[in-house]
Design a protein around this ligand. Sequence first.
Ligand code: KIV
Ligand code: NA
Length: 265
Amino acid sequence: SRRVSIRDLRTAKERGERWPMLTSYDMYTAEIFDAAGIPVLLVGDSAGNNVYAHADTVPVTVDEMIPLARAVVRSTSRALVVCDLPFGSYQQGPEQALETSIRIMKETGVQAVKFEGGLPVVESVRRIVEAGIPVMAHVGFTPQSVNALGGYRVQGRGADADRLIESALALEEAGAFAVVLEMVTPQVAAEVTKRLSIPTIGIGAGPDVDAQVLVWQDMAGLREGPLPRFVKQYGDLRGALTDATKAFADDVVSGSFPAEEHTYH
Ligand code: KIV
Ligand code: NA
């Protein structure tokens, strides 16, 4: 069976069908999410604070994204795989954005790229789409600009709402096939969703969008510590892995592992 295409996603919007998206950065999660029927997987630069142990996404490099994206592509057969352009790999303009996108497409096998920003990146979106590379846009709270935005704050409040809606419309017009809306008011998200014919993907954007995305470690309960309001934990992987680790350690110390059945003769 073939992979999900950007055309399938537009059709889903026309039919009013919602869909889930998750991040993935490795083989087993990619296999599991693909088999579970998640249609779109994002190799996010959230790898910065979920894989590489940085405080945020700012330090992530293209060289760090590529092996993760390759692994996710190799571990899936059905999902459309999208790779983030990390901070510094596209902000210089359309030329740099296209060069980075081409490199990622050729070296990873992903089906699309994603990068952050509104009006300032519209020409980059146009250029990359014209080159034959599907682009997912990302507006609202854009984590690569956390230092300029003054922390993790809801976007699109008050006078900001019009600018956000205008940005989303311009990104669609430039050829983006979908747009992520991160931490925006549900009213703005609903308005953008109504006015665009490409799908909107919410994260902290309320229910009136076409799709929802979460970082998989948040969704599955692997991450520790205070979580953003928009996260729902659907599992307790951290608890399960802690229990397994302690049981293994106890068995080694007590001598009950390995047992007869784990021993060659
Ligand atoms: O990097 C990421 O995980 C993202 C999603 C949260 C949209 O950009
Ligand atoms: Na990202």
